[in-house]
Design a protein around this ligand. Sequence first.
Ligand SMILES: NC(=O)c1ccc[n+]([C@@H]2O[C@H](COP(=O)([O-])OP(=O)(O)OC[C@H]3O[C@@H](n4cnc5c(N)ncnc54)[C@H](O)[C@@H]3O)[C@@H](O)[C@H]2O)c1
Length: 275
Amino acid sequence: MIRLGIIGFGNISTTLLKLLKDVLENPLEHLTIVCRPEYNSQVNQIMREDFNDVALEYCIDSNAETLINNKPNLVVECAGHDAVIEHVAQVLSAGFDTIVVSIGALADAALADSLYDAARKGKARLIIPAGAIGGIDLLASLKKYGKLDVSYRGIKPPAAWSGTLASKLVDLDHLTKETVIFSGSAREAASAYPKNANVAATIALAGAGFDATKTELVADPKATGNIHEYSVDCPLAHYTLRVESQASPGNAKTSMTTAYSIMREITNRIGHIVI
Ligand SMILES: NC(=O)c1ccc[n+]([C@@H]2O[C@H](COP(=O)([O-])OP(=O)(O)OC[C@H]3O[C@@H](n4cnc5c(N)ncnc54)[C@H](O)[C@@H]3O)[C@@H](O)[C@H]2O)c1
């Protein structure tokens, strides 16, 4: 039995709740959802209609104090950079382990430091999930050896770049071939494309760091989903990993694999076997 907190109620959160309904043997003991105040009644309705049985008890609020008062075993932020700033340090410093899904937010060094300090102060854990990518276990292990050379390339269909800086740089509606829309460091990528550079940020945090992780973002009219590929060169090992993921039906920017990765973080806290 687990007491769960979720910050944000969009595509990843609702996909996650659907998965939890399917995989959990028992409902959650308690669920707190933190959403923006203007969505409170809408979230209430969706919870009543679709997720009434996911937890023995649930509550919906717009501030993190309620979440903290409900003493969650684990909190998942799946909302965005603003929500990381608004809520996560508060939750960590109150002593509650938190998974941050909007990993690109940690490219802001001052924000990252404030979260690490809050985690230390609260004796809580800031958990960075693999999210949409794999191989993070190996990369984080090799980091201890050092001498890493890491390059990441994220390829998505043009629609996934709409509403971003890319729409000012290229005509997304009329692209005929694969087009590089960004080339630089993972830190620059996370700041220019906050909703599309979470994988670059994850790889950077696990491996060579934000400034040394070479990043390319690509719009490809032939891509049918979101493709993440990266190569690691290190004296101990060399590997290349490529994930072709379906995009989420609710958000073309988000790979479906992300919600599954968060589900794994939760089920690993419940079962007797962790993998
Ligand atoms: N780590 C990864 O690999 C990875 C992959 C995909 C997406 N993401 C990130 O995960 C986050 C969620 O993605 P999504 O597809 O569910 O997005 P979404 O837009 O579908 O949902 C986000 C929800 O959070 C809510 N929200 C925003 N700010 C809030 C705040 N301050 N307080 C409470 N609620 C707030 C919004 O109202 C919305 O309902 C985004 O930051 C996205 O960039 C990470």
